[in-house]
Design a protein around this ligand. Sequence first.
Ligand code: CA
Length: 231
Amino acid sequence: MKILLVEDERRIADFVCAGFKEQGFVVTHCDEGNAGFDAASSGNFDVIVLDIMLPGRDGLSILKGLRREGNATPVILLTARNELDDRVDGLNLGADDYLAKPFFMEELIARIHAMLRRISGERQNVLVVGNLRLDRISREVAWAGHTIDLTRREFNLIEYLMRSPGRVFTRTQILEHVWGYDFDPSTNVVDVCIQRIRKKIVALNMNDQEPSPIESVRGVGYRFHKPHTDV
Ligand code: CA
């Protein structure tokens, strides 16, 4: 998950960034409103966490600008305790949620998950594709009922592919979403990570002839195998 944080208070930005990284989120931080707007309007984020009082351009103006240009990226506003009018304005301008400072990191993360569930209309936190079951909240993955012990990176990678079974993702896309940096043609971290996941699944799959759920698409990238749907 790629998150943009626009927050000028260094102390808050530091702990929020650290908390997001612990969750395995990929964070971009801007400490000024104009830069924040430019980053936000790139449309390249899953969530924007937006402070209201900012140097350069304030959060409500950024939000208004984004919605005006048709950018529907979910936005959660960070507000000071006394900014009730701003919260109301923010919701009217198309914010998806707000959180008053000071807040606990756990609450911000819970709000983000809740917001995404609400927005995507996904009631369940569990993805099931073929034999593989992934729980986004407990962060458990199981193959045919057997838990697979995955690293955070491996979990994020498989979750990313599993969201869109059958769709091919390039190494660049996978790198950007799971590692958060631009493609370096010399790196093979994606391939290495996928090999590790496959080995872990194969280890549970000894008696079974099922193909790996992660398919290589020659010269392009990878996709999560889309099983034929039963009647
Ligand atoms: Ca501020």
